[in-house]
Design a protein around this ligand. Structure first.
Ligand code: ADP
Ligand code: MG
Length: 317
């Protein structure tokens, strides 16, 4: 199968939202009048971001999910995305599964594939997602203020727990492994929550490299510090059954969670919970923004916990 047959068979779908989709030199998007366009790219490299054992449909889902997670963190409504794909060969079983997982999530989130590039090479998937947001309403890393409450959506740590099972560091029974593996391979981007938090959250970021590391980006960009209650960080029942050391490592430094961390003024506490209910996901208060630049950790009884947790960095690990 040739390059253009491959694009035609697996990736060309009619577009409804975009003015022009696949087949020309450019796609044409039609953002609503007066909106700003939010743009984000994420690349997935085999061996680096996913294991060769992952099912193709889950990989298609995840490649788009990590990009939608960035739009979610900005409070943007998804519009369209492009797909730049390097494939070792035109493996139709892989392409069929990959496209199925990709389009299932795209349709669920109302985002369209509008273009891309296809080349032979080591498996590499780069998606650029575009969304829209009213001017001045994008959620940014820079807006956290001393006194704000600090929240995280959903639960964190399961993806890292699954990775440790793959690495042979931990063992789980089959049902427990399946649930944490799904968290690793099929993260749910919190697009509805990001939209619901417009005008309520003062800052937001999605957790891709570990909760404390990503929180650190918010603190630096906002020029503030924070205190985090490490026991308040929400975790699944499967993770809560592990040793406290693994629970802390996975929740605080796990990565690949694709939940949102966000801040909001204490007066917005009810609005935060209403937004989370509308979005169908939990929002848990895990700490507070403070003046200064320090990130302090405490346990549920208020005792200091030493911050020895890392976060993912491609050129340091
Ligand atoms: P060009 O050479 O002008 O860059 P190509 O010949 O590479 O265009 O691609 C032909 C059309 O197919 C373009 O509209 C491009 O956006 C689209 N396309 C190529 N690869 C993909 C892909 N993996 N997914 C979606 N669209 C793609
Ligand atoms: Mg091209």
């Amino acid at each position: 199968m040739g390059e253009f047959d491959l694009i035609g068979k697996y990736f060309t779908r009619d577009v409804r939202r975009a003015a022009l989709g696949i087949g020309d030199d450019c796609a044409l998007l039609a953002p609503s009048a007066g909106m700003q366009v939010a743009v984000s790219s994420d690349m997935l490299v085999e061996g680096r971001h996913f294991l060769s054992t992952v099912a193709a449909d889950r990989l298609g889902h995840k490649a788009l999910a990590v990009n939608l997670s960035d739009l979610a963190a900005c409070g943007a409504q998804p519009l369209g995305f492009t797909l730049a794909l390097a494939l070792p060969r035109a493996d139709e079983a892989f392409l069929e599964g990959f496209a199925r997982g990709l389009f299932a999530l795209a349709e669920a989130q109302g985002i369209e594939l509008v273009g891309g590039d296809t080349t032979q090479g080591p498996l590499n998937i780069c998606i650029t997602a575009m969304g829209e947001v009213p001017p001045g309403q994008a959620l940014l890393r820079s807006g956290a203020r001393a006194g704000d409450d600090l929240y995280v959506s959903g639960t964190v740590g399961d993806a890292r727990l699954a990775l440790e099972v793959f690495r042979g560091q931990l063992a789980l029974d089959a049902a427990a492994f399946e649930s944490v593996r799904a968290a690793m391979e099929q993260p749910q981007p919190r697009v509805a929550l990001g939209l619901a938090l417009r005008g309520i959250a003062t800052s937001a970021i999605d957790v891709s490299d570990g909760l404390l590391g990503d929180l650190g980006h918010v603190l630096r960009r906002s020029g503030v510090g924070a205190v985090v209650d490490v026991d308040a960080v929400p975790r699944s029942a499967v993770l809560a059954a592990q040793s406290l050391a693994w629970q802390r490592e996975c929740t605080l430094a796990g990565g690949d969670d694709y939940e949102l961390i966000f801040t909001a003024a204490p007066a917005s506490a009810d609005a935060v919970q209403a937004a989370a209910r509308r979005a169908g996901v939990a929002a848990t208060r895990i700490g507070r923004i403070e003046a200064g630049a320090a990130l302090r950790l405490v346990d549920s009884s208020g005792r200091q916990v030493p911050h020895t947790f890392g976060s993912f960095d491609h050129f340091r690990s």
